[in-house]
Design a protein around this ligand. Structure first.
Ligand code: ACO
Length: 339
């Protein structure tokens, strides 16, 4: 898939926000439920704790909190937002949760819809929203990545339940002139033929409807994952797509300020850093606190690093998302922040 056309306008990343559920679950607490332990989880994944959404919280509410912060930090009025794009695989409502987020944000003029691409969702949504901005069709977009995989994980499957957590992150995007363009290039990929190693499939419980006809009541099985296959996919494809992107833009890995990867596993992050000979200090990571929050990891991490001052206006960032589908992608951008 081609990158951004040079004939269009630009897009700037001008604000960020994030929100996580109140409940924090440590590895030690988890070991009271399944046969695991803190040392195993930390050494294999880098994860120390994760947030788990409570019965009094919703994905819509987390998304709204993250989105409101991004709008506020961008210095926008909510009514000036043209698009609310919610990347999630775990909406509160299968018809889409973005419209409820739009209403709570007070973004009355915005069109709002969900986009599903699992852990690649935020990156795919960032690129999707940027197309509306770069063509001039829209001026301001709020891209939210949010997931609540805790509702869909099998909490008795130690091979997968230790990995995931819940959260939301949001980025405010604004159309600019081409010279001020901050989203420099991207690559997106899908290979559905390899998708069976990571699924959240429908349950097929067939019941009689009327004589001669049946129906299947909707429902989903918990997450099914072949961890080793997913790991091999990630350490092969993520460095490859980043390498293609950087070469196409004549960017030396050393000139990057940050590598911002989907937070799936610290060993995957380290493997990518090794491949590019990028210092581990330049690889943003908050896996220890949040685990894998699926579509939320990239904006949650970016917001944390913007708020604590690691990411500064003008910094050059290479980002990659990857996950179920199989899907993966990479983007090269400069953080701008509010001006
Ligand atoms: N605690 C203790 N022991 C465990 C645990 C656990 N939580 N999980 C597995 N084990 C055991 C296994 O049973 C196995 O024991 P055995 O040899 O007696 O059978 C042993 O540890 C090794 O198991 P492996 O599956 O080979 O462990 P591996 O080193 O591959 O690590 C892991 C597993 C962490 C899941 C790794 O494969 C991985 O990170 N894969 C990528 C998963 C991922 O990132 N998924 C999401 C990405 S996409 C997205 O974000 C949706």
């Amino acid at each position: 898939m081609p990158g951004t056309s040079k004939n269009l306008g630009g897009v700037a990343l001008v604000g960020s926000g994030s929100a996580t559920p109140n409940q924090r679950l440590t590895n030690d607490q988890l070991s009271l439920r399944v046969d695991t332990n803190d040392a195993w989880i930390r050494s294999r994944t880098g994860i120390g704790a994760r947030r788990v959404i409570g019965s009094d919280e919703t994905l819509v509410e987390l998304s709204q909190r993250a989105g409101s912060l991004a709008i506020q930090r961008a210095g926008w009025d909510p009514t000036s937002v043209d698009l609310v794009l919610l990347a999630t695989s775990t909406p509160d409502d299968l018809f889409g949760s973005a419209p409820k987020v739009q209403a709570l944000l007070g973004a009355k003029q915005a069109v709002a819809f969900d986009l599903t691409a699992a852990c690649s969702g935020f990156l795919f949504a960032l690129v999707t929203a940027s197309q509306f901005l770069r063509t001039g069709a829209m001026r301001r977009a709020l891209v939210i990545g949010a997931d609540q995989l805790s509702r869909w994980v099998d909490w008795d499957d130690r091979r997968s339940c230790v990995l995931f957590g819940d959260g939301a992150g949001a980025i405010a995007l604004e159309s600019t002139s081409l010279v001020q363009n901050g989203l420099l290039d991207f690559q997106l990929k899908t290979d559905g033929s390899r998708g069976d190693c990571l699924n959240l499939p429908q349950l097929n419980a067939t019941s009689p409807l009327v004589a001669g006809a049946t129906y299947q009541q909707g429902g989903f099985s918990p997450i099914q994952m072949n961890g080793q296959e997913v790991y091999k996919f990630a350490v092969r494809e993520v460095p490859a797509i980043l390498e293609t992107l950087l070469k196409a833009n004549q960017v030396d890995p050393e000139s990057l300020d940050w590598l911002l990867l989907h937070q799936a596993n610290q060993r995957i992050l380290d493997a990518v850093a090794d491949r590019f000979e990028v210092s581990y200090q330049k690889v943003l990571s908050n896996l220890a606190d949040y685990g894998n929050t699926s579509a939320a990891t990239i904006p949650l991490m970016l917001d944390e690093a913007v708020q604590d001052g690691r990411v500064q206006p003008g910094h050059l960032i290479a980002s990659s998302g990857f996950g179920a589908g199989l899907s993966w992608g990479a983007a090269l951008f400069r953080w701008q922040g509010a001006t």
